[in-house]
Ligand binder design. Structure first.
Ligand code: GTP
Ligand code: MG
Length: 585
């Protein structure tokens, strides 16, 4: 089955048309029938010639009830725009069309009603022209008379063609059911209704009330008035809930698959239909069946940040209507670009954010999302509607490659910094490193550790010193302390003898990664290569051996083999004239 909402000016014949097509009464309330006017949403359905079932959400046309109209069309992806042949294009024809355009509704028909009262031709032409420039684009226009029945068979056929064009629903997606009605049934308790656009519901399922995350259980399900054990999208559904008082849910709430949606109070959006500068500072945001007051903070020419008065389960790419309740008009449409945006605390952050938003279009972009956030949980991305295609670095943490490499370098620096501050400790505690790197979890610190560093007993320790014989390990540690302040002053032969480091001991320490051998018994600490590269990069390029020696605060005995090692690793390159340059990467 599929679902279509009506739209159009008051008294143009929407409800009469739905009645003629379905034989059902969309105006449910006595007051509506007495006044001959729709006030709230109505629901009806019929079987089309193809055998497909179409359900109608009939909306009120009166200006005062536009918020109800928006709750009806918000969750429905197709529309039937109704214009009366004898009255023509009217204010709510335009406002309803603007709302459909804001929501990006791309499937629809124009029905020219009351064709027995006037020639439908001019109105058909006008409506076609008005619709052409909107998200609906080029649509079929069908003249009908609900009184004579003329045009109804053509309309049924056109509805079948429209239904056949609708995209297949994602039946395995999580459920987000925007509630459009809530009532109690004696003996059964609370019942909510809505349009199930994606996913499936089963009796016994647990769902969450999106506003507060509280859990409810599906006690019974109805689809078009018939009890079912299971209902798949797309469908109109009535859900009997266990464990909910009638006053806890209502129109504008959403029932969602637990843990599958976030709760957004701050969102960044692209605004269509009006310049951002023209928007009032506070407006109503209509999304799904919800209407929530929002504060608007312009960011770019067509982008803004909205602060919602209450959280909603929003996804990247969601479309919504901004309406000014004071002036009673649709102020614009929005596409959600980011449903969990960063705070704008620093000076210049808003301008930078506008630059980022300029490059977004509301389509899920997992790689870009990870790049912009640096580090993010896969679950959090999924809850924003961004399916995860990136491999986690640990657990469900996703990291941008560049950010991760920079964190790795900072980890190395913090570990040596800590060692310098605490020469008697065996290494830096993982928790201290987590705090210094500003990471949310210790597992991330551990995932950053690369040889020759390793994790041992809750600390990040250097290399495999501990596998060395105790006297050698101690000698290497003492050497490490001496080299810390002058890292390129390799110990002289007599100092090595004093330390008990003969050729065999040095060989073992080099193999264990605890020392770096430049030549014979010329040794430094393993980090010396990276440190030297940083120092040399700071010199005017190219540089001579003597300049390098001075910058590194060392002797030719160390500088010559060290530069050859750097040449070999591609860190430096030798140029004619016995000078070198650091290879940029
Ligand atoms: N002659 C004629 N009258 C019609 C036709 N369709 C609707 N009407 C009349 O137009 C009036 C308004 O019809 P409704 O169906 O209530 O209009 P609506 O668009 O649902 O109005 P709201 O829900 O209040 O916006 C009623 O008196 C209908 O009988 C038609 O095809 N021909
Ligand atoms: Mg009506």
């Amino acid at each position: 089955m599929w679902v279509v909402a009506t739209a159009g000016h008051v008294d143009h014949g929407k409800s009469t048309l739905v009645r003629a097509l379905t034989g059902m009464e969309p105006d449910r309330w006595a007051e509506e029938r007495r006044r001959g006017m729709t006030i709230d949403l109505g629901f009806a359905w019929t079987v089309l010639p193809s055998g497909a079932t179409v359900a109608f959400v009939d909306v009120p046309g009166h200006e005062r009830f536009v918020p109800n109209m928006l709750a009806g069309v918000g969750p429905v992806p197709a529309a039937l725009l109704v214009v009366a042949a004898d009255e023509g294009w009217m204010p709510q024809s335009a406002e309803h069309l603007a709302a459909l355009d804001a929501l990006g509704v791309a499937f629809g028909l124009v029905v020219v009603t009351r064709a027995d009262l006037a020639d439908p031709g001019p109105v058909a032409a006008r409506a076609r022209a008005e619709v052409a420039g909107t998200s609906l684009g080029s649509v079929e226009v069908v003249p009908v008379s609900a009184v004579t029945g003329a045009g109804l068979p053509e309309l049924r056929a056109a509805l079948d063609r429209l239904g056949a064009r609708l995209p297949a629903p994602l039946v395995d997606a999580p459920v987000r059911l925007w509630v459009d009605r809530c009532f109690t049934v004696r003996g059964s308790g609370t019942v909510v209704t809505g349009t199930l656009r994606a996913g499936r519901l089963r009796v016994g399922d647990e769902l969450a009330v999106a506003a507060d995350g509280s859990r409810v259980r599906v006690r019974g399900l109805h689809r078009l008035g018939v009890a079912r054990d299971e209902v798949s999208a797309v469908s109109r559904v009535a859900v009997n809930l266990r464990g909910v008082a009638r006053d806890r849910v209502g129109r504008g709430d959403a029932l969602v698959t637990p843990e599958a949606f976030g709760r957004s109070e701050l969102v960044d959006v692209r605004v269509s239909g009006a310049p951002v500068a023209d928007l009032p500072g506070s407006v109503m945001l209509h999304v799904g069946s919800a209407a929530v007051p929002v504060r608007v903070r312009p960011l770019g020419p067509d982008t803004a940040r909205l602060r919602l008065a209450r959280p909603l389960p929003l996804l990247v790419g969601d479309r919504a209507v901004l309406r000014d309740p004071g002036r009673r008009l649709v102020a614009g449409g929005v596409t959600l670009l980011d449903v969990a945006p960063p705070p704008l605390a620093r000076r210049g952050a808003a301008a930078a954010r506008a630059g980022v938003l300029a490059g977004l279009d509301g389509r899920a972009d997992p790689v870009g999302e990870v790049r912009r956030r640096g580090l993010v949980r896969a679950g959090d991305l999924a809850r924003m509607g961004v399916p995860v295609t990136v491999t986690p670095v640990v657990g469900d943490w996703l990291a941008d490659d560049g950010h991760w490499v920079r964190l790795g370098a900072r980890l190395v620096a913090e570990v040596s910094q800590y060692a310098a501050e605490h020469p008697l400790e065996s290494g830096a505690p993982v928790e201290v490193l987590r705090q210094r790197l500003g990471l949310p979890e210790r597992s991330l610190v551990e995932a950053l550790v690369r040889a020759p560093l390793r994790v041992h007993a809750g600390r990040v320790v250097a290399g495999s010193v501990s596998v060395l014989p105790e006297p050698v390990a101690r000698a290497v540690d003492r050497l490490g302390v001496e080299l810390r302040s002058r890292p390129f002053r390799a110990p002289e032969a007599d100092r090595l003898v004093e330390l008990g480091l003969g050729p065999r001991e040095i060989g073992a320490a080099v193999r264990a990664g605890a020392l770096l051998r430049l030549a014979g018994s010329v040794v430094l600490l393993p980090g010396a290569v990276e440190q030297a590269a940083r120092v040399l990069a700071g010199l005017p390029q190219p540089f001579t051996l003597s300049a390098a020696r001075q910058a590194l605060d060392t002797t030719r005995r160390v500088a010559v083999p060290l530069l050859e090692l750097l040449d070999g690793r591609g860190v430096t390159r030798r140029l004619p004239g016995d000078v070198r340059t650091v290879v940029s990467r």
